[in-house]
Unconditional design. Structure first.
Length: 297
């Protein structure tokens, strides 16, 4: 089997059997297309450590960031593991290269004051009520924006202040909502959504003014709009509310395992990055407030 055909089989497996989201499949496709660009449509038997080293050196020469190269390596690793499992590849040529040390970037988080300013920025118009509900839920439950736009009416359990979320790898979890999030979501469902819904078959929770499902791009645009109004941050994304949700929980004394469950992380190592954020904030606090905390003079 040649490389191009092997990638097609792998992507089909991820879509059909693993049920990965379209955006994730697209990312795998892009990373593995670069492998074909580097090596050509060679036979799988010709892929060895030397060929893979050439590929990663090619990515570095193109000026790709280390995080991007690490993601590309992960895609290649998943492809090779799948092919070994199917009996289409013997051995692991990637193992001969060793594992590069990846520097994990500490996520940017908002302060509680910045979060409050952002969430309170939308007004009382129908659009403002919808956007307030969106912001409240993103922060209250730490949802990914893809999870939020996928919410269906049947996923909501407002009487118990919860909603069912389908996360990465089709892992299901129950997200808990605070009173403010329930209040604004209820207002949106009662006052705004009935005006906008065009087809009863559309059971997405969040709609655009035209009655279609709200998109991730629209949420990005609205959040940046409110951030500019309030002067919250130069570069902001919906994911920063998720980062802030996790960090503020840990700073408030939440258990790391509980935060892992609430975020829907399969590996607690992914959640541990937020402990570094909390520790950094403590160091900053000591340096600013403690009489012996600053730099030597």
């Amino acid at each position: 089997m040649n490389l191009h055909s092997a990638i097609d089989v792998f992507l089909t497996h991820l879509a059909v059997e693993r049920g990965l989201a379209p955006a994730t499949l697209e990312a795998y496709g892009r990373d593995l297309a670069l492998l074909v660009q580097s090596l050509g449509d060679i036979s799988m038997t010709a892929i060895d450590a030397h060929a893979l080293r050439r590929h990663f050196e090619h990515l570095e020469a193109r000026g790709q960031a280390s995080s991007t190269r690490a993601r590309a390596r992960s895609a290649v690793s998943r492809l090779l593991a799948f092919l070994r499992g199917e009996g289409l590849l013997a051995g692991d040529p990637l193992a001969e290269l060793g594992r590069p040390r990846r520097r994990r970037r500490v996520p940017r988080v908002l302060s509680p004051r910045e979060v409050a300013a952002l969430i309170e920025a939308p007004g009382e118009s129908p659009l403002g009520v919808r956007d307030r509900a969106v912001l409240e839920i993103l922060y209250a439950a730490g949802l990914r924006v893809s999870e939020l736009v996928s919410l269906k009416l049947s996923d909501l359990h407002l009487e118990s202040r919860a909603c069912r979320v389908l996360g990465k790898g089709r892992r299901e979890r129950l997200a808990l909502l605070g009173e403010p999030a329930v209040h604004w979501l209820s207002r949106y469902l009662e006052e705004v959504r009935p005006r906008w819904v065009k087809a009863r078959a559309n059971d997405h929770v969040f709609l655009s003014r035209r009655g279609g499902a709200l998109t991730r791009q629209a949420i990005w645009y609205r959040i940046r709009h409110y951030a500019q109004l309030e002067g919250v941050a130069e570069k902001i994304s919906p994911h920063m509310l998720r980062h802030s949700f996790a960090t503020h929980l840990l700073e408030g004394g939440a258990d790391l395992r509980a935060v892992q469950e609430m975020l829907g992380h399969a590996d607690i190592g992914t959640t541990e990055i937020y402990t570094h954020v909390s520790r950094k904030r403590l160091h900053d606090l000591v340096e600013r407030r403690h009489p012996r905390g600053g730099q030597p003079r």
